[in-house]
Write a new protein. Structure first.
Length: 365
């Protein structure tokens, strides 16, 4: 199957593949630009993006704002004509500042989840920046679209439907995930599509619907497109590339992962999440937790230093540097077998002749 183009608010990607934003420091300018150069949409994670700044500990907000501009500039230099976006968590205490900084620096689009991004339209008002909310159900999609239209007279430029097999933070209840009773991507996608297509007819608009969560290969993309999706968002597969911005040790954790190594946890954010069951995770959840030495103030009122099992930011700093820490992953991380390059991966995902017919179990030889 030849993959179609993906049009997001007039931005046309040759392939209907969005590389998911992964923080902290996993998808920055290098990975995003590499994906954009291959015809996909590259996403820079805005989560604590300035963590490498020597003054980050003293003033993380200033470091993050500076890094947003720097990473966008680097991505533009590496991919002058590619489509570059950013991902932000709506629960971040400085969400509005970070989004506005990305917009000021000319980011093409913003994808936002970890809560419902109801304030996003006003943060990009009067600009050309496209916006896409992440939802996990038709109910959430209805709430966001209705709110955006009523309060901001804004239609999203796309909707990302994220299923329960995604990596990182998930829009599902912990108990459902542990019991295996959560709604699967295919069902959520079908219900969201039904609502969105009706919404399109009523308002005379077109809203691309993007499927995400647990998608690893060309066959998965075909399956989502046949269900009616306009494109896909994929994260885990892009970690195992030379261009990924994370340390080699982080990538090797993916390559070494075995069946059963992906574990559901309750993040300090209050959201359920999926991560590799590393020694860090076992210490944090099975052996009494890891004391917080310094609070970065990123989620006041949500994460409490005295009660949280560990500092989420610091755990992700460690992992991005390849020093252990918390390694988020998708449910099918154990299928990854080697580090490849973005051009090779994109050819495989697009189903070019040299790779047609390769099943997902052999996808990463």
């Amino acid at each position: 199957m030849k993959l179609p183009e993906l049009n997001i608010g007039g931005l046309c990607a040759r392939l209907p593949i969005i590389q998911g934003g992964m923080g902290i420091g996993v998808s920055l300018s290098r990975l995003a630009s590499a994906v954009a150069n291959e015809g996909g949409i590259g996403i820079i994670s805005g989560v604590q993006i300035g963590f490498r700044d020597p003054h980050f500990r003293e003033n993380p907000v200033k470091a993050n704002l500076k890094a947003i501009g720097e990473e966008i500039a680097k991505a533009r230099a590496l991919s002058p004509r590619g489509i570059i976006g950013m991902n932000f968590m709506s629960i971040d205490s400085h969400y509005a500042e970070y989004v506005r900084e990305a917009v000021k620096n000319g980011i093409d689009l913003i994808i936002s989840g970890a809560g419902l991004p109801l304030a996003l339209p006003e943060l990009v008002a009067g600009t050309k920046t496209r916006i896409l909310p992440i939802v996990s159900s038709a109910r959430a999609c209805r709430l966001v679209l209705t709110n955006w239209l009523k309060k901001h007279n804004r239609i999203p430029d796309g909707v990302v439907v994220e299923g329960p097999k995604a990596g990182g933070h998930l829009g599902f209840k912990l108990d459902d995930l542990l019991a295996g009773t959560e709604q699967q991507l295919e069902d959520a996608l079908t219900e969201v599509l039904a609502f969105v297509r009706d919404f399109e007819v009523k308002h005379g608009v077109k809203i691309p619907v993007i499927a995400a969560g647990g998608l690893n290969c060309h066959a998965d993309i075909e399956r989502m497109l046949k269900l009616g999706a306009d494109g896909v968002q994929m994260g885990t597969v892009f970690v195992a590339t030379e261009e990924c911005d994370a340390a080699d040790g982080f990538k090797q954790t993916y390559v070494n992962a075995k069946p059963g190594d992906a574990r559901i946890i309750l993040s300090p954010t209050g959201f359920a999440a999926r991560a590799v069951n590393t020694e860090f995770v076992q210490r944090a959840y099975d052996k009494g937790g890891i004391p917080v030495e310094h609070c970065f103030g990123c989620m006041p009122g949500i994460c409490h230093p005295d009660t949280t099992p560990y500092c989420l930011s610091n755990a992700l700093f460690q992992s991005a540097r390849g020093e252990g820490g918390l390694v988020f992953c998708g449910a099918r991380v154990d299928e990854i077998r080697e580090i490849t390059t973005v051009p090779k991966l994109m050819r495989r995902l697009s189903g070019e002749p040299d790779f047609t017919g390769i099943g997902h179990l052999n996808f990463f030889p």
